[in-house]
Design a protein around this ligand. Structure first.
Ligand SMILES: [Zn+2]
Ligand SMILES: [Zn+2]
Length: 380
C-alpha cells in the first residue's frame, strides 16, 4: 500500500497528479476578479492565509466544538502572555463561524446570545475599584468601566437575522450599565437605531460621526456630532453631571467616502482608550490619515487601543498610538460573506510582528487593565 506514495515522493510528489479543479465558493458568494484565487485549494484569495474551511458541517461537531470553546475560554481567560489553548479555541471558533450556514445555525445563535447574556450579567455585577475593565461585545462593541464611569463604543445587538441578536430586554439592561455611547460611523455593524433610542430614553449622551441619521426627525438635534479634529479635546458631562468624559474625535475614514471617527476617550481618572471603528487608509500619501495617526501617541498617553484587526497596515496604527495594550476587534462579523468574515487566525498573523501586548478576545470576554508605570531610571 505504501509503495505508490514512495514512488510519488521520489518523482516529484503531487505535481505528478492531475491538477485539482478549482474549489467552488460556498453558497451564492461572488468572488470579484481581484480576489480570484491563486491556488486551487482555496476559492478566494482572501482565504489563502487561513486553513481551508468546511462549507457545511454536522451539528454534532458544531455543538461539541462550541461547548469545548466555551469550556476553554471559561478556564483560560485573556492574559498576557496568552495561554496557547486560547488560540486553539479561537481558531476552532473560526472554523465554525466560517461555515456558510453559521449565521442561520441555531447552535451558533444560542452560543452567541448565551455569551452575551453572561457578559451583561457579569457587567451588572462588576464594580471596578482600580484600573479599568474592558468587555468585548459584538464586532467593535466594547464596554469600558473605570471606578467612576462606564461607556461603550459601537454597540449593536448582533445581526438582523432572527435568533442572532441580543433580545431587546437584555440590550436595555446593557444600556443601563453605560453612561455614554460613542459611534464611529453609520454602518449597521457599528450603529443601531434601537440601541441609540435606549440611550436617549435614559437621557444619556450619544456621540456620533458627523451627521449620523440627521435627516430622521426622531434623532434630529439629539445626537452629539463633535468637531472632527486631531487637536480638540471635547468634554461631555455624564452621570447627571457628576462626572465628565473628555474625548477626541479623530477625523478618520473607511476609504475616502466614509467618515469614521476614531474616538479617544479619557476617564476622570485619566485612563484613555482609543477605538478605531472601521479605519481603513485608502491611500498612503502626504495628507492621508496615516500622517496624524503617526502622531497620536505623542499627543496623548493612550492606555488601550481597540483597532479593527484588518485595518490596512495595522502595525503602523499601533505604533502611532503607542498604547500599553491592544485589544483587537471586528473579527468574524457575521453579516459579511465568508471570504470577508475576517478571522482570529489572521488577527494572530497580522499582529505577529507588532511588538505590543495583545489580547485577542471573543464575544463577551473581558480584560482588566492596570497601568504599568515606567520605572524611573537613575544613577546610584
Ligand atoms: Zn464600516
Ligand atoms: Zn464594520
Amino acid at each position: 500500500m505504501l509503495r505508490p506514495l514512495v514512488f510519488l515522493a521520489l518523482t516529484g510528489g503531487l505535481s505528478a497528479l492531475p491538477a485539482l479543479s478549482q474549489i467552488v465558493p460556498p453558497g451564492k458568494v461572488q468572488v470579484p476578479d481581484d480576489e480570484k484565487p491563486s491556488k486551487p485549494f482555496v476559492w478566494s484569495e482572501r482565504r489563502l492565509l487561513t486553513a481551508p474551511e468546511l462549507f457545511d458541517a454536522p451539528d454534532e461537531w458544531v455543538d461539541r466544538s462550541l461547548q469545548w470553546v466555551d469550556f476553554i475560554l471559561a478556564n483560560y481567560h485573556p492574559s498576557i502572555p496568552e495561554h496557547p489553548l486560547r488560540r486553539a479555541a479561537l481558531i476552532r471558533l473560526d472554523d465554525i463561524l466560517h461555515l456558510e450556514s453559521a449565521p442561520r445555525n441555531q447552535l451558533v445563535q444560542k452560543f452567541y446570545v448565551n455569551r452575551m447574556r453572561r457578559a451583561i450579567e457579569e457587567i451588572e455585577q462588576t464594580k471596578v475599584v482600580s484600573g479599568m475593565r474592558i468587555w468585548k461585545l459584538y464586532n467593535c462593541g466594547f464596554l469600558v468601566r473605570t471606578p467612576t464611569v462606564s461607556y461603550v463604543f459601537d454597540i449593536v445587538p448582533g445581526l438582523s437575522i432572527p435568533g442572532f441578536a441580543v433580545p431587546p430586554e437584555l440590550m436595555e439592561r446593557l444600556v443601563k450599565q453605560a453612561d455614554a455611547h460613542f459611534i464611529s460611523h453609520f454602518h449597521n455593524d457599528h450603529a443601531n437605531q434601537s440601541v441609540v433610542r435606549l440611550f436617549l430614553a435614559q437621557d444619556k449622551p450619544v456621540i456620533a460621526a458627523e451627521g449620523l441619521w440627521k435627516n430622521l426627525p426622531e434623532f434630529a438635534g439629539k445626537l452629539i456630532y463633535p468637531q472632527r479634529s486631531t487637536d480638540i479635546v471635547h468634554s461631555v458631562p455624564v452621570r447627571g453631571g457628576s462626572q465628565t468624559l473628555k474625548f477626541v474625535a479623530y477625523p478618520g475614514h473607511q476609504g475616502a467616502p466614509v467618515l469614521n471617527n476614531l474616538h479617544l476617550v479619557i476617564s476622570p481618572e485619566g485612563f484613555s482608550v482609543l477605538q478605531t471603528g472601521d479605519q481603513w487608509n485608502d491611500e498612503d500619501k502626504p495628507g492621508s490619515d496615516f500622517d496624524w495617526i503617526a502622531q497620536i501617541g505623542r499627543q496623548h498617553k493612550v492606555d488601550v487601543l481597540l483597532p479593527n484587526a484588518w485595518s490596512r497596515e495595522v502595525g503602523r496604527i499601533v505604533r502611532g498610538v503607542n498604547p500599553q495594550l491592544v485589544i483587537t476587534s471586528h473579527e468574524n462579523e457575521m453579516s459579511h460573506t465568508v471570504d470577508h468574515r475576517e478571522d482570529y487566525t489572521q488577527t494572530y498573523t497580522r499582529f505577529w510582528a507588532v511588538p505590543y501586548p495583545l489580547a485577542v478576545m471573543t464575544w463577551g470576554e473581558s480584560y482588566h487593565f492596570h497601568r504599568v508605570e515606567a520605572p524611573k531610571l537613575g544613577l546610584r
